[in-house]
Design a protein around this ligand. Sequence first.
Ligand code: C5P
Ligand code: MG
Length: 202
Amino acid sequence: MWRRVASLSPLISSSISSYLNQAAYKFKIWESFTTDIPTQAKGGLFSKGKAPFITFVLGGPGSGKGTQCAKIVNNFGFKHLSAGELLRREIASNSEYGAMILNTIKEGKIVPSEVTVKLIQKEMESSDSRRFLIDGFPRTEENRIAFEKITGAEPDLVIFFDCPQEEMVKRVLNRNEINAVGTVDEIFEQVRPVFAGKQLIG
Ligand code: C5P
Ligand code: MG
């Protein structure tokens, strides 16, 4: 269970907290509530010795989470992992699960937790960093349970960028919103008009 905390004691948590407090929009921070030491997954995340510091970053499109993640990376040396990005990379690599992931995303559904968690875990294990921002995860309670079961780790921090729907819609409409799921040519058909309308010099 996650509990809402009024003050965050660990050094990193408090410095992220004060840094993000300057953000223009509302956000919430939870700290994981752990009463026992998480089970160590054999040969998994803890095998390199020091336990990783894991942050889950949640928020809708246009909530500013991507922008803030980049700032957290620069200021606090975190490695940024986006669940959606890892899934899209898996589609592009034509792997065993690629077609299933593509179809699931196209249908607007959530990819089976085990697949997503294993992609995240692989990425964490191959990284030199021990501080991770996991963006867009968990999307469901089942995602969260699978993460804890498979990796044997729990998040140290959960940040939710709580932005009003109206504000998110405004921000998203100010971008050229490209649906990046599909074949290269299908996506380019959406990219083309964005450029075709501009006076390109040179
Ligand atoms: O977070 P993002 O919008 O990049 O995710 C794109 C898609 O990837 C989602 O709409 C969803 O289908 C899939 N996804 C998922 N499980 C996650 C994160 C993303 O199935 N934890
Ligand atoms: Mg995203």
